[in-house]
Design a protein around this ligand. Sequence first.
Ligand code: GLP
Length: 239
Amino acid sequence: MKLIAVSDEEELSRIAAEILISKIKTSDRLVLGLATGKTPLGMYRYLSKYSIESKQSYDHVHTVNLDEYVGSQAYHTYMKEHFFQYVDIPSEQTHLPNGEADSLTVECKSYEDIISNLGGIDLQVLGIGENGHIGFNEPGTNFDSRTHVVQLTESTLSANAKYFIDTNQPKKAITMGIGTILESKEILLLAVGERKANAVKELFKGSINKDIPATALKVHPNVTVLADKGARSLLDKES
Ligand code: GLP
């Protein structure tokens, strides 16, 4: 695993966007796995700004998001609001799990089919939960799991409660599995702030274990972690 140490969220956002832009510019077709949450917001800002100012087309990009809440369109709305409205990726090339599907079992299977019909994910962007989750794969999730429905933990519900002030916060979500994520050709994990420091420490210094889902990434051959000072604070203390 490669660690790129950055000073703050601004630098992290710029470098993450530059990594994606260089792939967008040099590929005829690109399948990007995308994440939501607070962490990638700045990266989406840079990507949107670059597309508008440089006139670089993103129309050869296909996107598959990691997750969505059950009974909600929250992440669909997030992606439109923060990224899709600013770029020329055709909407039929953007994919998120449908948390409002009649059958979630069928939806999980179809989502796996979408990813494999695209030929897999070229570059998957990940955030990290305070408890080490990736996507919504909570502690205890099997490393060979595929897209599935999860019951969110209290830790995740309370970390994300701020996004549901006016509406009820869903307690379940659909997420790509850890096995699905690990099949991506390349992975870029973003971590900002001291709240993520323990998860980042476990990622680099801990053993591979299901209690910290992100440690599954240790078996992947092409993972880059971008972490700011806060997220590295427990690493630096020990090294
Ligand atoms: C959510 C998302 C994850 C995200 C994590 C961290 O639970 N499902 O994909 O990585 O939270 O979010 P934030 O970036 O807001 O800290």
